[in-house]
Write a protein that binds this ligand. Structure first.
Ligand SMILES: Nc1nc2c(c(=O)[nH]1)N[C@H]1C(S)=C(S)[C@@H](COP(=O)(O)OP(=O)(O)OC[C@H]3O[C@@H](n4cnc5c(=O)[nH]c(N)nc54)[C@H](O)[C@@H]3O)O[C@H]1N2
Ligand SMILES: Nc1nc2c(c(=O)[nH]1)N[C@H]1C(S)=C(S)[C@@H](COP(=O)(O)OP(=O)(O)OC[C@H]3O[C@@H](n4cnc5c(=O)[nH]c(N)nc54)[C@H](O)[C@@H]3O)O[C@H]1N2
Ligand code: SF4
Ligand SMILES: [Mo]
Length: 753
């Protein structure tokens, strides 16, 4: 490059900070921006949380952001075809479509599906409840029932709050046990830590221990000093055996928590049946290894047991998630530094004096067709298709999807594909025309992340260090283009019948009035007794969502309480610190965090222990000897929507079936040759990848592939479509306590194609 061109491009080039929205690690990025285009992304070394860490996805932020297949204008269906339209035209189409369905079929006939990126956007953090309320439906589905709902249900029952999820205190623990998670690749999940790989290495360097429980020798397992490879789906039994050993060998010590925990004796009684010797064959883990792990956990100065997708999206997901916390509690590791702790996010309500709550109940309503209980106000994503395609009263006729691609991410995509095609009306808020949104009557595209503000409303709940960071939009919006907060606010207003011209600011002002009204009436609030209008007048922020963020921060645990603490957090303070504000290591929160009816940690919740007989039956019953399938993730991918960026495709990021050499030999499978995979829901083909990283009897396939449908605009992804693993499932296999689909450890048959 000649000096002249370099100078030329330098002239219009600038940098801006932006938190990365591409996974849960929430790294701070420094973006180079030339002519409103992001041309480079580096780790922000001054970021208080990520200190410069970046992964290949984050480094490709510019390519993800500038993907030419991203929609720049709304699409509206005319004469059966999706065509570009103006925003006013799109809103008219939404108003007439969504107005028509309740009028004809009632409010129960509408449904909403919320996908994963809602936890990665400001809009998704603030507006979906308003959209759901406007729809007035109980048909709420989300990616949670394909993911972490078992953990939320378990925590709901234990602590009385489904959002009270402890995270491993990564920086201080002496022994980390990872069950069914691969943070070396996923960069961590339900444990927000930038540079998870670095933190694992630091743990080893300070003499700490890493145990990994995973049927595959993953990259995380390779780093561990102990790897147990159980048969998939058997973790709950394995965990119960660990609990058994703690009781049998008198290794329990609840420490400070003892006075806050009830139900210990019930757990002791339940654990009696699960001796290491009785589960060893079922789990295929020697009893001696189980005993050693239990002793090590009890002996470690501090330890944290942490489970992720291989412990949740499984047959006994809620029971396994519960037992993970039971282990942390019985070893005295819950809520203490180095153990599993509860983060305190800056936008949470400022802590109040401890008091019993209402507790957590499920099944307040049920799904229409299969009668699945509601869990945390949601119905199973796996049941969405049947709610649409099964005739009868209350059948879903209209659907709103926000940031989701359930045709690829949920079981039996073919059925959902057909169901979506038969809806009366569907609107999708999504930047892509993909396998799901191609069925919409209106697609409303949000701007790319470079033109969106960022605050992690969700992930500050799971951060291993408390922090507050805010990125204003690095690049201004194009004229006439709404940001996603405006799209969702307007959507709520249009659904609510206020028409396409109603002012979206109404939604934010209503939220502010409501919250300030509640706070000023609460004797324990820092603003008790003050005038809501006076407080609203003090809010700063250029937009409705900024005013809401300002309000939440000021009412939060670190906030200025609208003047009560002059040095407290406000949006203004946060804006003055573009690399973020570190709020320190995690601190104990029991009993303040508890919301159970008893005001204690209810260690043996009846709703969870009710599933123990089924678990016992699975242990004593004959183990199936067929192959089972598990999922995996790739460093340069993210679920279904990052296969369209050339920088992130190719190489090892392919949809291959990983098979152990013994299985390959037995089944006549040849490396790189196609295999036919059959499950209860259908058949697919994928090339074989023989690897001894798999345990025999288990095969692995990534999800989010199958980009071979017509009518999408995913030019790059369509060239190497891969196969949709979820076609192997028929949607009937669920963890009954959480309604979460069993995506790991389900039976398949494999043969050469
Ligand atoms: N077999 C199997 N299935 C799985 C899994 C598995 O391990 N195995 N994993 C499950 C898990 S953990 C999850 S979280 C789900 C994910 O399930 P989904 O959330 O349904 O699927 P994603 O592939 O994440 O789709 C995200 C959608 O959001 C859109 N999008 C991207 N950015 C934005 C944005 O800023 N705004 C808006 N409005 N939209 C945006 C994308 O274009 C895409 O359409 O998949 C689940 N499915
Ligand atoms: N690079 C990248 N990062 C991501 C994503 C991505 O697609 N790509 N997706 C994001 C999302 S939405 C999520 S939810 C997280 C998920 O984050 P993780 O859960 O850390 O990621 P997975 O690779 O799904 O890890 C699940 C592990 O469970 C193992 N497993 C399967 N069945 C069982 C079982 O029965 N028992 C045990 N013990 N283990 C089992 C699998 O072999 C696998 O290694 O990652 C997030 N981060
Ligand atoms: S680890 Fe996650 S948040 Fe960090 S740069 Fe990579 S994709 Fe972005
Ligand atoms: Mo997820």
């Amino acid at each position: 490059m000649s000096p002249v061109t370099r100078e030329g491009s330098m002239a219009s080039s600038r940098t801006a900070l932006r938190i990365c929205p591409l996974c849960e690690a929430t790294c701070g990025l420094t973006l180079t921006i030339e002519d409103d285009r992001v041309t480079r992304a580096r780790g922000d070394r001054d970021d208080v949380f990520s200190a410069g860490f970046i992964c290949p996805k984050g480094a490709s932020f510019g390519e993800v952001d500038g993907d030419p297949d991203r929609l720049t204008a709304p699409l509206v269906r005319r004469d059966g075809r999706l065509v570009e339209a103006t925003w006013p035209e799109a809103w008219e189409a939404v108003a007439s479509g969504l107005g028509r369905v309740p009028a004809e079929h009632g409010r129960a006939a509408s449904a909403v599906y919320l996908g994963n990126p809602n936890v990665h956007t400001v809009a998704g953090g603030l507006y979906p409840p308003t959209v759901v309320r406007a729809l007035g439906t109980r048909n709420v589905f989300s990616a949670s029932t394909l993911d972490q709902m078992p953990k939320q249900a378990a925590c709901g029952h234990l602590y009385g709050d489904a959002l009270a999820v402890p995270v491993p205190d990564l920086d201080r623990t002496d022994h980390l046990v990872v069950i069914g998670g691969n943070p070396m690749v996923s960069n961590g999940s339900l444990a927000t830590a930038a540079d998870f790989p670095g933190k694992l290495k630091a743990l080893r360097r300070r003499g700490g221990r890493l145990t990994v429980i995973d049927p595959k020798r993953t990259r995380t397992a390779e780093l561990a000093d102990r790897h147990l490879a159980p048969r998939p789906g058997t973790d709950a039994a394995l965990l119960f055996a660990l609990v058994h050993v703690l009781f049998e060998e008198r290794l329990t010590d609840l420490g400070r928590l003892a006075e806050h925990v009830t139900g210990v004796e019930e757990v002791r009684a339940l654990a009696r049946d699960f001796t290491p010797e009785s589960v060893a064959a079922h789990c295929d883990v020697p009893a001696a290894q189980i005993r050693t792990l239990a002793r090590d956990l009890a002996a470690a100065p501090t330890a944290a047991v942490y489970g992720r997708l291989g412990s949740t999206a499984v047959r006994f997901g809620t029971v396994a998630s519960w037992l993970i916390d039971v282990l942390n509690i019985l070893t005295g590791n819950l809520d203490r530094p180095g153990g599993a702790m509860f983060p305190l996010p800056p936008t949470a309500r400022a802590p109040r004096p401890p008091r019993p709550g209402r507790g957590f109940t499920t099944g307040r309503w049920h799904s229409r067709v299969s009668g699945h209980p509601e869990v945390a106000s949601e119905l199973p994503a796996a049941a969405l298709a049947e709610e649409i395609d099964t005739p009868g009263d209350g059948r879903v006729r209209a659907l709103v999807t926000i940031a989701g691609n359930p045709v690829l991410s949920a079981p039996d995509g073919e059925r959902l594909d057909r169901a979506l095609a038969a809806l009366d009306f569907m609107v999708s808020v999504d930047p892509y025309l993909n396998e799901t949104t191609r069925h919409a009557d209106v697609v409303l595209p949000p701007p790319p992340p470079s033109r969106s503000a960022h605050y992690d409303f969700a992930f500050t709940h799971f951060s291993v260090r408390n922090n507050a960071r805010y990125s204003p939009p690095p690049v201004p919006l194009e004229d006439g283009r709404p940001d996603e907060p405006e799209i969702l606010a307007r959507l709520a207003l249009v659904i609510g019948g206020l028409g396409a011209d109603a002012d979206p600011a109404l939604v934010d002002e209503q939220a502010i009035t409501h919250r300030l009204g509640k706070e000023t009436a609460d004797p324990h609030s820092p603003v008790h007794g003050r005038e809501p209008g006076e407080l609203a007048g003090q809010l700063t922020g250029r937009t409705g969502y900024e005013r809401r963020l300002d309000m939440m921060l000021r009412l939060g645990p670190y906030g200025d309480g609208f003047g009560a603490d002059a040095r407290g957090l406000t949006l203004q303070r946060l804006l003055e610190r573009p690399h973020g504000i570190d709020l320190g290591p995690l601190r104990p929160r029991v009993p303040e965090i508890l919301r159970t009816a008893s005001g204690t940690i209810e260690l043996a919740p009846a709703a969870v222990t009710a599933d123990v007989p089924r678990l016992l039956e699975s242990v004593t019953g004959r183990a199936g000897d067929g192959l089972v399938l598990v999922g995996r993730r790739h460093l340069r991918s993210n679920n279904s929507w990052m296969h369209n960026v050339p920088a992130l495709t190719g190489g090892t990021n392919r949809c291959t079936l990983q098979v152990h050499p013994e299985d390959a030999e037995r089944l006549g499978l040849i490396d790189a040759a196609p295999a036919r995979i059959k499950g209860d829901g259908g058949e697919i083909e994928a090339p074989v990848e023989v690897t001894d990283a798999m345990r025999p009897g288990v095969v692995s396939l990534p999800h989010g592939w199958g980009h071979d449908r017509d009518g999408t605009r995913l030019t790059v992804a369509a060239r190497t479509p891969g196969a949709n693993l979820n076609q192997l499932l028929d949607g009937s296999l669920l963890d009954p306590l959480s309604g979460t689909a069993v995506l790991n450890g389900f039976p398949v048959q494999v043969a050469p194609a």
